[in-house]
Design a binder for this molecule. Structure first.
Ligand code: C2E
Ligand code: CA
Ligand code: CA
Length: 561
């Protein structure tokens, strides 16, 4: 048997109260209140149990009208329907009752049979209404009213299978740097922009396609699925949105980042298509020139590879699969070696030796770089301590990922390692890439200066590859500029590269810094650098990165081990 509904009767006239109670009792549970205070305390205590309220709207001494007004401001109120009773029988207040949100209005003379029927109706209708509200809530995005993702998935699936002869394309887009809009203009403005985007998306799609689905799936993430595989048509929809965004009058321009998946088989699951749009979107994230990409199989391979790297990284550390290799640095003025750079490699049990460019970026984005760098630094300190015990006087440089400069107490970690292995700070050199400096300049200036104060030598890695190099030198007093290898690519030196190199070397001298050039592969390059006063070189011309044992041989052969 189904559970009885509970009715709350709010009525100060005892006779009327008894009348309602007797009428309801066989079929309903009843709660009674003779004043609004009492009614509120019952609602507070047992509100969840109550299915409907019978309210005497014309209670003497208590204002039923006022009660309803106050009651309706409570959040749960729309869920419990109120039937207003007019015990005066005049019916004058009927409009007021409805205006305030009453579900029904019953006036004297009361007729039990009619009242019971109306009560049942109200219960049915209100349950239906809350179900609808519930459904609505679970199917739509509360801000824009567009489909939410699960509704989008269901509708898109239906659309795909009921149109087997048509081709469809799914597009996912978000806005580069949307968090800045939140930060600069506040949530309200940001929400308004999202609302504008939603209505433009709706307008464009309904104006251009006879069937389509669209949705907001996350903060600034929208997706849509349109019945075309024609690139011109697809790109027109993206361009429309991009130029729409440009019209928003903000201090800075907003850019879209779109991933596109042409659905070649309508039985493809909607989530699979969506995942492909995410993979495609990643290919243009952060780019200002290229704001859309089509999904291709090779992107998938890349994503899978990245996933595989993530799946295996913990095991790799435990199994000691990461190896530290060393690439000698050479003093071209005195023609002697002068140390090395520690470079990590991954000896994967199945895939063989993996170069750091494959996994470092993945680790930088998932935070694992902290574990890896610590591991490499410790390995390096251990090796260095061993070589020093054999009389080696060459320093070794380690790379500090930009992520770690911010995430990790670099100075404490390095101090404790050098203490543990008894390594003088000037034997450990620290390479930091210049791109680091651009994000939070002051923090990094402080860290670099503190490292210097601790006696470590700082190398500015990849100098000349970024765009802020010169202004950085104003703020950060590094010991050595490490000229990026792009200048030496293909083994030749063109006139422009030569001029830039000569200027960098001259400038470094004026600023009292040493210069090392990396990626140097030919004799001509070495001679040019020497002629302009560059002291050090690291590159295949002298030696490639090599495993520890080989580097030890190298040291011996060069009378330094
Ligand atoms: P990087 O710090 O600029 O390291 C120099 C890279 O240039 C090395 O690549 C090295 O093998 C390569 N190289 C050296 N001489 C030549 C040359 O004459 N010609 C050419 N074509 N290349 C040369 P590798 O070892 O693949 O490292 C790539 C990057 O990975 C490094 O660039 C560095 O940014 C990062 N990396 C390597 N090991 C670590 C590490 O332990 N921690 C962190 N955070 N990053 C690392
Ligand atoms: Ca380096
Ligand atoms: Ca470099």
């Amino acid at each position: 048997m189904s559970k009885k509904h509970t009715v709350l009767i709010i009525e100060n006239n005892e006779n009327d109260r008894r009348f309602f109670k007797d009428m309801l009792c066989p079929n309903y549970d009843v709660e009674e209140a003779s004043s609004s205070d009492e009614a509120f305390s019952i609602l507070n205590e047992k509100g969840e149990k109550i299915s409907v309220i019978l309210l005497d709207f014309t209670m003497d001494g208590i204002d039923g009208c006022e009660f309803l007004r106050v009651y309706m401001t409570r959040t749960e109120s729309t869920m419990i329907p109120v039937i207003a009773l007019d015990s005066s029988g005049s019916g004058k207040m009927e409009a007021d009752a409805f205006r305030l949100g009453a579900y029904d209005f019953i006036k004297k003379p009361y007729d039990s049979e009619i009242i019971l029927l109306r009560l049942e109706n109200v219960l049915l209708k209100s349950q239906y209404a809350s179900l609808r509200e519930f459904k609505d809530f679970y199917e739509h995005d509360t801000l824009t009213g567009l489909y939410n993702q699960s509704k989008f998935n269901r509708e898109t699936h239906k659309m795909l299978i009921s149109n087997p002869d048509r081709k469809f394309t799914m597009v996912r887009f978000d806005i580069n740097c949307f968090h800045l809009i939140n930060a600069y203009f506040g949530t309200d403005r940001a929400n308004n922009i999202l609302l504008d985007i939603a209505s433009e998306l709706r307008r464009y799609i309904t104006a251009n396609f006879d069937t389509a689905t669209y949705s907001r799936v996350g903060k600034d993430v929208f997706i849509y699925c349109i019945p075309t595989a024609d690139k011109a048509e697809i790109e027109a929809s993206i361009k429309n949105m991009n130029s729409f965004l440009k019209k928003e009058n903000l201090m800075f321009k907003m850019y879209l980042c779109c991933g596109i998946c042409i659905i070649d088989d309508n039985s493809m699951s909607v989530t699979e298509a969506y995942d492909k749009t995410i993979i495609a979107a990643k290919a243009c994230k952060g780019s200002y020139t290229n704001y859309y990409e089509y999904y291709t199989k090779s992107m998938d391979d890349k994503a899978k590879e990245a996933q595989e790297i993530v799946d295996n990284m913990e095991r790799a550390v435990t199994n000691g699969e990461f190896e530290v290799w060393y690439q000698p640095k050479y003093d071209i003025i005195n023609n002697i070696p002068m140390g090395a750079e520690a470079l990590v490699r991954w000896r994967h049990p199945k895939r063989g030796l993996i170069a750091p460019n494959k996994f470092i970026p993945v680790f930088e984005s998932n935070g694992f770089i902290t574990t890896l760098d610590r591991y490499v630094w410790e390995q390096t300190c251990k090796d260095l301590a061993f070589w020093m015990s054999k009389g080696c006087k060459f320093p070794v440089s380690i790379n500090v990922s930009r992520v770690n400069l911010i995430q990790m107490p670099v100075i404490e970690v390095l101090n404790s390692l050098t203490e543990k292995y008894n390594i003088p700070h000037n034997m450990l050199n620290i390479e930091v890439t210049e791109s680091v400096y651009t994000k939070d300049p002051q923090l990094l200036i402080d860290i670099v200066n503190n490292l210097k104060r601790e006696g470590y030598l700082i190398f500015m890695d990849d100098f000349g590859s970024g765009y802020s190099s010169l202004s950085l030198l104003k703020d950060i007093d590094v010991n050595v500029l490490k000229i990026d290898m792009q200048f030496f690519k293909n083994g030749i030196l063109d006139v422009r590269s030569k001029n830039i190199l000569a200027s960098i070397i001259n400038m470094a001298k004026l600023l009292n810094m040493s210069v090392i050039a990396e990626g140097v592969e030919t004799k001509t390059q070495v001679e040019f650098l020497k002629a302009w006063g560059c002291e050090y070189v690291q590159g295949y011309y002298f030696a490639k990165p090599m495993p520890k044992a080989e580097y030890e041989d190298y040291l011996k052969n060069n009378a330094a081990g």
